[in-house]
Write a protein that binds this ligand. Structure first.
Ligand SMILES: [Zn+2]
Length: 483
């Protein structure tokens, strides 16, 4: 193992979010719809139907390129990629070959820079459904997905482990979410991976023979498939076998990759410019305008959070993972910081702890995103201020928060309804203390005779009777009364 370098490149397909398909006006929102109900002559490849490029899809593609630090090709073009498969009615896929929308970028995965070779725009295929109907094995075709905008992001072979492949894929996923061009819903196959895996003797310049694992649809499967493939290739080399260039598929139920086709039968795509589609020409001003719509991206946000809030890298990664969480954190902190008291750094730590703890717990438990949470930053800040003023204990505050999540009520109403307010009122506490002292005269005289533990006993008695008392206030008043 230590004598070999692992070399991995990933091709990631991402469905772009648009109203209509890439080259026709059929709805691109096909998931869960009746089969073949989102189709028209163009995406069914009926004779005479002509494609028209979806402008929104191209703007999304440019955003992807910019988010991946790519150069955008002002002039780019669509080509026909010919191959025959039942889910591809035209007999070719419209894709981009030598003039892709974006090229030569990179993303950072931790400290490592993974270069992006290119990102090109294309269309998705239909979907084959293999079924058994009255004893017969049949294949059905649903063309609803045919022609849905797809961007393919091709990395350089810079990835060196299965774990890094997974982290890189997650980074791309995160970026797509940030720029809002795709739902990247893994369960709906909104993002799929092909992994090119090879090994070579350590330090060797020339790459080994690569094997492509096709169509992986989860981060976990990606990591497992690459690990399996590396181990398989190492075993093969150890036993003197030659690695053959081939395409393999990941079979999750078996936990292994299996050969699908070898180089000998690999297709010749015969790319050529699509004569039905004029080339695209985006001038630099248009690209500049699109660039201005991009939000602050994860790396920039991470650096800013380090600078501004002095949180540790793990805390920042949890906050920045989803920009809606980051926004909720910052909105809360902005309101909270306008109030008196502790420093902004300390406040950042308090809000961050809540987000990492209770907020994340609730989101996970309810299976919702933060924007679906009924708790607004402003009402949450009220709860924080109640804790600061000792009106609720930290423990009770968690209960208040759960109730805010459930009902969407303000904390003020909840602490009244549930009687969770700590009693700091000296008069109210005084009465209770006097009762307790009257009932425990021996302890009082013991304390006055110098037995310190009697104080704790009396303190406990008052706490029990004065439910919800603020311990700090209580301790002071009790000391005063015992003088
Ligand atoms: Zn159509």
């Amino acid at each position: 193992m230590n004598n070999y370098d692992i070399v991995i490149g990933l091709e990631i397909h991402v469905q772009l979010k648009t109203e209509s398909k890439m080259f026709c006006s059929s709805s691109a929102n096909y998931f869960g719809e009746k089969p073949n109900s989102r189709v028209c002559p163009t995406c069914l490849a009926l004779p005479g139907a002509l494609p028209v490029t979806n402008r929104q899809a191209m703007e999304n593609a440019i955003k992807v390129g910019l988010a991946l630090n790519c150069k955008i090709n002002n002039f780019n073009r669509f080509d026909r990629k010919s191959y025959f498969y039942p889910d591809l009615p035209k007999g070719f896929q419209i894709s981009q070959f030598d003039l892709p929308v974006a090229k030569d970028g990179f993303v950072m995965v931790g400290e490592r820079k993974i270069r992006i070779n290119r990102a090109h725009q294309e269309e998705d295929t239909g979907k084959l459904i293999h079924q058994e109907i009255v004893g017969d094995k049949v294949s059905l075709i649903d063309f609803n997905r045919s022609g849905v905008p797809l961007i393919e992001i091709v990395s350089e072979p810079d990835i060196t482990s299965a774990e890094e492949a997974k982290n890189y894929a997650k980074k791309i996923h995160q970026l797509m979410r940030y720029i809002g061009v795709a739902d990247v819903d893994m369960e709906k196959a909104g993002m799929r991976f092909d992994a090119n895996v090879s090994i070579k003797p350590k330090g060797e310049k020339e790459l080994g023979t690569k094997v492509e694992i096709k169509n992986i649809n989860s981060f976990t499967f990606l990591e497992k498939a690459v690990n399996f493939e590396v181990a398989r290739q190492l075993r093969a080399i150890d036993s003197g076998e030659k690695i053959i260039q081939e395409t393999r598929g990941w079979i999750e139920s078996k936990g292994e990759t299996v050969s699908q086709r070898t180089k000998e039968t690999s297709p010749d795509y015969r790319y050529f410019p699509d004569p039905d589609l004029p080339p695209l020409n985006f001038d630099s001003e248009e690209i500049e305008t699109i660039a201005k719509t991009l939000p602050e991206l994860p790396d920039a946000k991470t650096s800013r959070f380090e600078q501004d809030y002095h949180l540790n890298p793990y805390e920042i990664s949890v906050l920045v993972e989803d920009q809606n969480v980051a926004n909720w954190f910052e909105e809360t902190l902005n309101i909270y910081s306008k109030t008196q008291g502790i420093s902004k750094t300390e406040k950042a730590k308090i809000v961050s702890n809540w987000v990492q703890g209770e907020v994340m717990r609730v989101l996970k438990e309810l299976g919702i995103s933060i924007w679906e949470l009924k708790v607004e930053p402003a009402s949450f800040t009220e709860l924080l201020l109640m804790i600061d003023k000792n009106r609720v204990s930290k423990q009770a505050a968690k209960q208040v928060f759960s109730e805010m999540v459930r009902t969407g009520e303000m904390p003020e109403k909840i602490i009244k309804d549930l009687k969770l307010e700590q009693v700091s009122d000296v008069l109210e506490l005084g009465t209770t203390i006097e009762e307790v002292l009257a009932d425990n005269q021996k302890a009082v005289s013991d304390y006055k005779a110098g037995k310190d533990s009697s104080f704790d006993f009396l303190f406990g008695q008052v706490m029990r009777r004065a439910k919800g008392a603020n311990p700090t206030a209580l301790r002071e008043v009790l000391k005063e009364k015992l003088k």
